[in-house]
Design a protein around this ligand. Structure first.
Ligand code: NDP
Length: 256
């Protein structure tokens, strides 16, 4: 690991959705820059492998199997972070699920699970880590809460109604929390990515969206998870008085 750019040394980062995609790439980046990183997701094997990779590169990470749709699970992980790493001062609130479908025929568990994870799960993570972030801020540390939304939160796509609405919640929540938490020296940001090559689309069951994805992949170079990690890295490298509220990041060729 490169030792010259340890600008995040001393920081305690929590990454949800760390077992794949944007969360995984961001955890690697934050650890490479010196942050201690808590890796949260449900898949133990993937988290353990990532923690081992980070340690092998000279970084520090703990794997915490967490289901963010389960209150006790999130609270247990928040307690473990405080005990093992100290108060979290950088929370990348990123776990999410995208399941397009037609209103009326989409199975209930598909629309419901997006709300449970993207809305209620995201709120659970914020509620569980706010006390630690407030304590860290009161001690004078730089503190960041970064939520992953989507361009779907502000644009309209057919058959993505529920997913888009969950992300509109995340974006608008961020705007409000920035106003509420800024005076306490906690920065609050939202990243709204366009289409990004991760595992997210592998869960689609709606044929219209599967077909659209296949066509789009022929004409658009999708974003990479590392592009989102770099964006998180940019946000947290800003001076303490600067809060990047909202960043939209798109593949160059993606139209709306
Ligand atoms: P991935 O599917 O690769 O990652 C999703 C992550 O969420 C996984 O690590 C998964 O881990 C975790 N997760 C799912 N359910 C739970 C749960 N109940 N509890 C804890 N963790 C959970 O997709 P991305 O990296 O693309 O997604 C990251 C975020 O980016 C999401 O919020 C998504 O909505 C958003 N986004 C994605 C875009 C894209 O095109 N890919 C575009 C715009 C936004 P595990 O299964 O191990 O629990």
């Amino acid at each position: 690991m490169n030792t010259i750019d340890k600008d995040l040394a001393g920081r305690v980062a929590v990454v949800t959705g760390a077992s794949s995609g944007m969360g995984r790439a961001t955890a690697l980046l934050l650890a490479s820059r010196g942050a201690k990183v808590a890796l949260l997701a449900r898949r133990k094997d993937a988290l353990d492998a990532l923690a081992a990779e980070i340690r092998q590169q000279g970084g520090e990470a703990i794997a915490l199997v967490t289901d963010v749709t389960n209150q006790a699970s999130v609270e247990a992980s928040a307690a473990a972070v405080r005990k093992e790493l100290g108060n979290a001062d950088l929370v990348f609130n990123n776990a999410g699920l995208m399941l397009p479908g037609a209103i009326g025929s989409q199975p209930q568990h598909e629309w419901e699970s997006q709300i449970d994870l993207n809305v209620t799960g995201a709120m659970r993570v914020i509620q569980a880590f706010i006390p630690q972030m407030e304590e860290a801020a009161a001690q004078g540390k730089v503190v960041d809460l970064i939520n992953t939304s989507s361009i779907a939160g502000q644009y309209v796509f057919g058959y993505f109604a529920v997913y888009s609405a969950t992300k509109a919640f995340v974006s608008h929540l961020t705007r409000h929390l920035r106003v509420e938490l800024g005076p306490k020296n906690i920065r609050v940001s939202v990243i709204e990515p366009g289409i990004t090559e991760t595992e997210l689309q592998s869960h689609f069951t709606f044929q219209g969206a599967i077909d659209w994805l296949e066509n789009a992949s022929k004409s658009i170079d999708f974003l990479k998870a590392e592009d989102i990690a770099a964006t998180v890295g940019f946000i947290v490298s800003m001076p303490k008085h600067v809060n990047m509220q909202q960043i939209v990041i798109m593949p160059t060729k993606e139209g709306i």
